[in-house]
Design a protein around this ligand. Structure first.
Ligand code: SF4
Length: 420
């Protein structure tokens, strides 16, 4: 269930229907002001709405004063074990304090921190990690780790409410993706406070991104989760931010910058599409608009599934074509495809977001497309379209799993449609 309550971390609303906020954590020694501020500016540039910094020592809380003052985005102080640092972090102007009420030294100390938070209007993130559950839940953790996490979080919420404090969000972190999903689903049924989502210690950029996309994506698709942090084993915190944005963009929860679509390529590929896609992705970073750009490895499908793209290219051995919204724009030599694509995109913006069409060039491109299109080819796209049509014909549902293709005429008989 989606959260019903909203808090504000600095000016950023979290929960209660606000856009899902992207956050990350600096990986520098916090007291190293130059390095920390550099990383904060980098993650802000990459799209972080909020940044968290570790505050384990007095010199870090001292540095926090400058960090809060100079940071372009709100700063959360991450505190463990030491309630005095939490108090000082709030005095230093932290926009939010993250702590685990179970490891801060007892209820009295939690109450002291809460009193300061109320006095200064500072929100808190309270949370538990699967590795740091309260002692009385350790047995339950072995038999039912999800219930153990949710019980711990529920107890912390009750403690905050007993202290008459509601200006907080809640997090439950687990290294297990299924447990992250199950515990957040369960907790979201029980409380209306905003939820911070993350898969803790997710791993390297590759595996951690996938784990996070599965875990957080599943929850976000259900409307659960108000702010996300992708935990990756890399010094470059901006990578976490980029992954977070890709998840939100994939779910159409937020828009930021262009969307690049590329075919998976197959044996029909006739040009070096790998490097072309990388170059396009790199050059698209300079654009802020959420335009959709598509790259097709060959023209046998025509423009096909890329019909909706704002701009796209389809390549071939010596020449390729640039298209827009399903219409050919221009035929160009393959080695000029990327430059000409960006020339068209820039022309579009210069004309006030209007596609500028040269009818002669468009006609030449259309002729090229007609000559290269080959509807006898059973491409991955056509197979998918056939499968979809067959499923629709079967009326959807389980019966639709047996496609109504005539396998005897399919050149891939025995490959994908072998169940009948
Ligand atoms: S057939 Fe489809 S997947 Fe293969 S290269 Fe052409 S567009 Fe890409």
């Amino acid at each position: 269930m989606a959260s019903t309550r909203q808090i504000h971390v600095g000016p950023v609303p979290v929960g209660g229907g606000a856009p899902v906020a992207v956050q990350t954590m600096t990986k520098t020694e916090t007291a190293n002001l130059t390095a920390t501020m550099d990383q904060i500016r980098t993650v802000a540039e990459a799209g972080a709405d909020i940044v968290r910094v570790a505050v384990p020592r007095e010199q870090d809380v001292e540095a926090l004063k400058t960090i809060v003052r100079e940071s372009p985005i709100p700063v959360i102080a991450d505190i463990h074990f030491n309630h005095t640092l939490a108090l000082k972090a709030m005095d230093a102007g932290a926009h939010c304090v993250r702590l685990n009420p179970g490891n801060i030294g007892g209820t009295d100390k939690v109450a002291e921190v809460v009193a300061k938070a109320k006095e200064l209007g500072t929100p808190m993130r309270i949370g538990v990690n699967s590795g740091s559950l309260p002692k009385h839940l350790r047995d339950l953790e072995f038999t039912n780790p999800v219930e153990a996490l949710v019980t711990a979080a529920g107890e912390f919420v009750e403690l905050m409410e007993r202290l008459d404090f509601t200006n907080f969000k809640v997090s439950m972190k687990s290294t297990s993706v299924p447990n992250t999903i199950a515990s957040n689903r369960l907790l979201s049924e029980r409380i209306g406070y905003p939820l911070h989502l993350g898969v803790t210690e997710a791993g390297t950029k590759w595996s951690g991104s996938l784990k996070s996309a599965v875990g957080l994506g599943t929850l976000l698709a259900d409307g659960i989760g108000d702010t996300i942090r992708i935990s990756l084993s890399t010094f470059h915190a901006e990578e976490e931010v980029k992954v977070a944005w890709e998840i939100l963009k994939a779910l159409k929860l937020r828009e930021r910058g262009p969307v690049l679509i590329a075919c998976p390529t197959c044996g029909r590929l006739q040009f070096d599409m790998d490097s072309v896609v990388v170059e396009i992705e790199e050059r698209l970073r300079a654009y802020e608009d959420p335009i959709e750009v598509s790259v097709l490895g060959c023209a046998v499908n025509g423009i096909g599934e890329a019909r909706h793209a704002d701009f796209g290219i389809t390549g071939a051995k010596d020449a390729g074509m640039i298209f827009s919204k399903g219409e050919p724009l221009k035929k160009v030599p393959t080695d000029r495809l990327v430059d000409e694509l960006f020339a068209e995109i820039d022309r579009f913006y210069a004309a006030g977001k209007r596609v500028v069409r040269d009818e002669g060039a468009a006609a030449e491109a259309a002729r090229w497309l007609a000559a290269n299109e080959d509807d006898s080819q059973m491409t991955p796209e056509r197979l998918a379209a056939l499968e979809e049509a067959a499923n629709e014909q079967a009326g959807g549902g389980d019966d639709a799993l047996a496609p109504l293709l005539d396998e005897s005429v399919s050149p891939v008989a025995g490959r994908r449609f072998s169940r009948t």
